[in-house]
Design a protein around this ligand. Sequence first.
Ligand code: PRX
Length: 629
Amino acid sequence: MLRINNLEEYHRAYERSVQDPEGFWADIASSFRWQRPWDQVVDWNFTEPNIKWFDGAQLNITENCLDRHLANHGEKTAIIWEPNNPDEEVRRLTYRQLHEQVCQFSNVLKKNGARKGDRICIYLPMVPEAVIAMLACARIGAIHSVVFAGFSAQSLSDRIQDSECCMVITSDGAFRGNKELPIKEIVDQALEVCPSVKTVILLERTGSNVRLVAGRDKLWKDEMEKVDANCPAEIMNSEDMLFILYTSGSTGKPKGVVHTCGGYMVYTAYSFQNVFQPKSDDIYWCTADVGWITGHSYIVYGPLLSGATNVLFEGIPTWPDAGRFWQTIDKHRVSIFYTAPTAIRSLEAAGLDFVTPYLLDSLRILGTVGEPINEEAWHWYHQHIGKGKCPIVDTWWQTETGGILISPLAGITPLKPSYATLPLPGVQPLLVDADGKEITGNGVEGNLCIRYPWPSIIRTTYGDHERCRINYFATYAGRYFTGDGCKRDEQGYYRITGRVDDVMNVSGHRIGTAEVEDAINQHPDIVESAVVGYPHTIKGQGIYAYVICTNELADNDLLREEIKAVVSRVIGPIAKPDKIQIVRGLPKTRSGKIMRRILRKVAEGDVDNLGDTSTLLDPTVVEEIKKGA
Ligand code: PRX
């Protein structure tokens, strides 16, 4: 019932999802374990917005991820953990063991005062305990806020403060390639300004020496010894918050995207099963980090809801060498592999010598996510990794969508390189022009909107509902606006062309230009800055910063290094500018608005097509910028 098996079934399911969305989703939802059925399948408006799925129903998502599987596949492997160092021992957890660990850790949370509705921050490397911690929060009804363990102390404290977390779950350190990151030190620094945090639970991963704050910091292993593994799941309403995940927008600080229990559960499982078409003996590996939405939906919830066997990888694709992914695929006989175009491009650049030693014969299905995949990289992936026989699912979605919205269904939808192809059943995309007028027909291009809610759509931005309304529902009245540009070809296939707002996509990471500018402006010698994305052969987009200094400096290279260091400290290394141009002025209109279009063109190297510059306050600025580029 959940599963579409061929193209005809897809078209039928799609048709029904549009004609009778309530009946369609009610049928899908009925295959889960609910404590109480819903009163209404969906109740929504995109004006406030106010969106409710399966309202009135009661459930706990962890009963569906874990308890539900125990009777028939308790001994099936849920997690295969591949450590950073390939020589370190692999850990395997069956569904029964995972269930036990989650229940036990749930009791640790409760014993330390956590209650339903509390926010708990998780700042951990990719270890099974990250999954256990997330599920334990969900089991007791606490709201997890996972922060990627590459973010700085300041980014971490911003996120903890915004949602007033009462607890942080973290580790002593983290291994990443040949580096060891001082995770606990970063947490300690962040917590200097986070009075809401009363407890820190510390997992020992690297064994490095760390300072424990008396009364606040407790060791994971000690706490686990004090409790048993019996923890009935808290009964949650379908629309209770499940988690908050911070993501960058075009203005201001990252915002906390809120997902709720029932709809998110139904959609992540439905999309996982239909996009990846898993079989019971598949070994599935998604290389994302649990700190991003891909990790939430397609490492933790979607696969576990589906009873899949999941590889969890702690390391990086290029260590000990650029063959690590391919070696790991052979080692665990991975059959479904899901990664980012950036990783593919960088491994392609490393050369085939890192690929040919491996058989890769276990692979059945490949996937990509997070950014547009260029045709060249698509063909390389298809030919050299998939050996020409594995379908590639190019999955388009966002933190706010909770799950994959536009993608081929593996082995079912005919593929077209660089196209995310067709919407999943239940997803109604439309293209609009700048005035919000719908662009109908095929062979067209516009801004991508969605006209009807799907179960895992964003509900609010934490603590600031108005921001949610303005960001996603106010640009085009009555539509959810994605922020992406999109083509629809003659066949009706969708191709996402990239962001049309001030959000960059650097190595598949979403970064706001305003955030980077704010960080750069913290450097004492900088008066003003403007940041834009530009095409980058490996990263997809690179970060180009134009900066104005207080006065002429003796050493511009030193300044550039310092700026990079400031951005790393304020946001994290992923947001470091690739290019920094020192300028004397920025192209501004008479009303003081920076004309980013011009800066983007210069950053792209397209200096002869700057368009109309007559509205600029001082057009000579542009000539100078062109010369200095
Ligand atoms: O621009 C789109 C791009 O990534 C953005 C969403 O970023 P984030 O919320 O971090 O989630 C990434 C993982 C789902 C989108 O607005 N994007 C994501 N997937 C694709 C993509 N662009 C093109 N093709 C994709 N398959």
